[in-house]
Design a protein around this ligand. Structure first.
Ligand code: ATP
Ligand code: MG
Length: 682
């Protein structure tokens, strides 16, 4: 299909949004109205009609899954080399690419580490425990606060001078020390992936000029969920040319807790007075019934922008509400229904999606799906990367590219067992801290013998010598072969067998490690022009490893898996996606809306979350709930979600609710009972 034909398929307003390229453009519209379609078509339009090189275009979105989908859609439109160098990624991947290309300007050494939230927490724990013993709650609070500051583009100095109370003062001081230590470790954390590029582009005119030369057009999906620093990144990159298209829906803003600022939609109009605002009103995704439910629900929230959505998809089936005795019955019901409906509706497994508020809700469902041998894919949750063996292997990879990564060092110095005791590690850590060097570097120092028994020094020496040897081999030639040899030489497999309760478990774990290394190899061999910043660089093992670490943080599944499976995902992760048949589980107070949100007074955000969930459905929507559910170890009675009351009563088809029982049935049963009593009385 030519681009002209593609354009012709869009409605006039979508076409306008695609064709408008001379200035900033905002598409503001409800779910399923074709916002993402505008972005993908516009990329093709820019390349095929406007003659823009794909490498000058960057499209960003929110989740890896969404980025993958978008890449796929664009891939179908661009032919051959047309798409080379195009960036379609998450904000964080774009940030990572900028950091990698600008290491020198940022003052980092090659082979920097990416700390995942666990690593960051470990560092914070060390720093905070220096003064006084602190508990996990305090650490979490400070971590959250630091993350918020970073998302709001507040640096330690400002945080300190603006601190409102003692707690904030304290957090700001930890923030400062934390930043210093990260830098010393040659490491960045997740939030830095946006913050560092923004600070660089803001303060370094040459770097800014470099990136403005590189990226000429930006497109942002799910704009309502950008935070302050992400907005700044777009503004800095596109400031001069003002050539960008952002699309969003304020009713789908569900990441306030991660610093998202839906007001960015308003700010955009103030910062760019010539902003062309285009609204879309036709929904192409859902039946009239589903759309009406979504619209009615969200009308309970206050609105900045009024939006109306209509659909030509027909009325469709009523929305079923299924009340179950308890959570297990709920899971059983969903699984068995999918089994039968697949045949009845002639659907495929992938046509079904089950959405829920929290990952824990998937556990029972997984068991039931396994029981019926229904193939499914769980997004998020216990991902590949949170497995111990993968964390070990990742720590080796991280140490190989950055020996100053103390967290990685600590994770694996004794895995497999090398008889390095905690006493030794503590002395080593003191020695390293006194001299301001990494643990790995400290192992090489001569003075260490005075502090540690010679045997301990030898053991540490053997370990670092081993790692150094692998690093040398990686530099000399086939890096992947060197890594595979390393795993064999240290006999990681034997270690797994020693630590597993059954040989098959160890086997599977080892297989996982090889999958990881295969992934790494694939990632190195991929099209080197696939990202914005790799034009001038060779895509070495270091880059591939940092990409893996990023994926780890984004909790991605190991394999891109588009095979035929039922999709299990949280409502948060479902943003931007669509499925013919959707189940929303757990429509109960305290679950949706979540108890914390009710207590914090943020029910509106929960309502938006339910809106996102409902609007994923194309043809049928089933809402399920349980009358009883285990919480805090006890079986508790559940109250149906207030959101059920906010849906159009006439569109709901209840099942299993006592007070909504079919009146005829009720009457019949009453007569049965009467007859029984009469017969008893003789
Ligand atoms: P969300 O807010 O959920 O992200 P969206 O606004 O991004 O939704 P899309 O995902 O782009 O919506 O589109 C929803 C569905 O409608 C898709 O299946 C898409 O292919 C289809 N669609 C979009 N525009 C049109 C159109 N003009 N004609 C027919 N179908 C369309
Ligand atoms: Mg979309």
């Amino acid at each position: 299909m030519s681009i002209k034909q593609r354009l012709a398929k869009l409605n006039p307003r979508q076409q306008e949004a695609v064709r408008y390229i001379d200035g900033p453009c905002l598409v503001l519209a409800g779910a399923g109205s074709g916002k993402t379609s505008v972005i993908t078509t516009k990329i093709a339009y820019l390349v095929q009609e406007c003659g823009m090189s794909a490498r000058r275009i960057a499209a960003v979105t929110f989740t890896n899954k969404a980025a993958r989908e978008m890449k796929e859609r664009v891939g179908q439109m661009l032919k051959g080399r047309e798409g080379h160098g195009l960036t379609v990624s998450t904000f964080h991947t774009l940030g990572l690419n900028i950091i990698r290309a600008e290491l020198k300007a940022l003052g980092y050494k090659p082979g920097f580490s990416l700390f995942d939230p666990e690593d960051a927490k470990a560092l914070l724990r060390d720093l905070m425990n220096k003064d006084a013993q602190v508990d996990a709650d305090q650490i979490n609070r400070v971590q959250h606060q630091i993350s918020q500051w970073k998302n709001d583009l507040i640096l330690p100095g400002q945080a300190l001078s603006h601190a409102a109370d003692d707690d904030e003062q304290y957090a700001a001081r930890v923030f400062e020390a934390y930043g210093r230590h990260l830098k010393a470790y040659n490491a960045v954390d997740f939030d830095d992936l946006i913050l560092l590029p923004v600070v660089l582009l803001r303060d370094d005119p040459e770097a800014l000029a470099r990136w403005r030369r590189k990226i000429h057009y930006m497109l942002v999906d799910e704009y309502q969920d950008t935070n302050v620093s992400q907005y700044q990144l777009v503004q800095l990159l596109m400031g001069e040319r003002k050539t960008f298209t952002v699309v969003g829906d304020d009713d789908q803003s569900i990441y306030a807790w991660r610093g998202a600022r839906p007001e960015n939609l308003v700010t955009l109009g103030e910062d760019f007075p010539r902003l062309n605002v285009i609204k879309l009103e036709q929904n192409y995704r859902s039946t009239g019934t589903i759309l009406r439910a979504a619209n009615t629900l969200i009308s309970n929230n206050p609105h900045v922008y009024e939006k109306t959505l209509w659909s030509e998809m027909g009325e469709g089936a009523a929305i079923r509400v299924v009340v179950n005795r308890h959570e297990e019955a709920e899971a059983e019901r969903v699984a068995s229904e999918i089994l039968t409906r697949r045949i009845k509706e002639r659907a495929e497994w992938r046509d079904f999606a089950v959405l829920y508020r929290g990952n824990f809700q998937a556990r029972l469902l997984e068991l039931k799906l396994q029981h019926y041998q229904i193939p499914y894919k769980l997004s998020g949750g216990t991902s590949f990367f949170s497995r111990n063996e993968i964390k070990d292997a990742m720590a080796y990879l991280r140490l190989l590219i950055n020996p100053a990564d103390d967290n990685a060092f600590l994770r694996i110095v004794n895995v497999p067992r090398r008889e390095v005791g905690p006493g030794t590690l503590e002395k080593l850590a003191n020695y390293a801290t006194d001299r301001g060097i990494s643990l790995f570097a400290a192992c090489h120092e001569l003075g260490l013998e005075q502090q540690l028994p010679i045997r301990a020094v030898e053991r540490l020496g053997r370990f670092t010598h081993f790692i150094d040897g692998v690093r040398r081999r990686m530099d000399q030639g086939d890096a992947i072969a060197a890594i595979r040899d390393m795993l064999r030489e240290m006999d990681y497999e034997a270690w797994l067998y020693q630590n597993a309760s059954a040989p098959t478990i160890a086997e599977r774990r080892m297989a996982n490690v090889w999958i990881l290394i295969d992934q790494l190899e694939k990632s190195m061999n991929r099209d080197p022009e696939d990202t914005a910043s790799t034009e001038t660089e060779t895509d070495g093992v270091e880059a591939a490893i940092s990409r893996l670490v990023l994926r780890d943080i984004l909790e991605q599944q190991a394999e891109e898996d588009d095979s035929d499976r039922v999709q299990l995902l949280t409502m948060h992760a479902s943003k931007g996606l669509e499925f013919p048949h959707v189940y929303l589980m757990g429509l109960e107070e305290d679950l949706l809306p979540h108890r914390n949100a009710v207590e914090a007074g943020t029910v509106e955000e929960e309502r938006r979350l339910a809106y996102v969930g409902i609007t994923r459905a194309r043809r049928t929507l089933t809402l399920t709930l349980a009358r009883q559910r285990k919480a805090y170890g006890e079986l508790m009675d559940c109250v149906p979600s207030r959101f059920l009351d906010e849906l159009p009563e006439g569109d709901l088809d209840w099942e299993g609710r006592a007070d909504k029982e079919d009146p005829e049935k009720k009457q019949a049963r009453g007569q049965d009972a009467l007859a029984g009593i009469r017969s008893l009385l003789g």
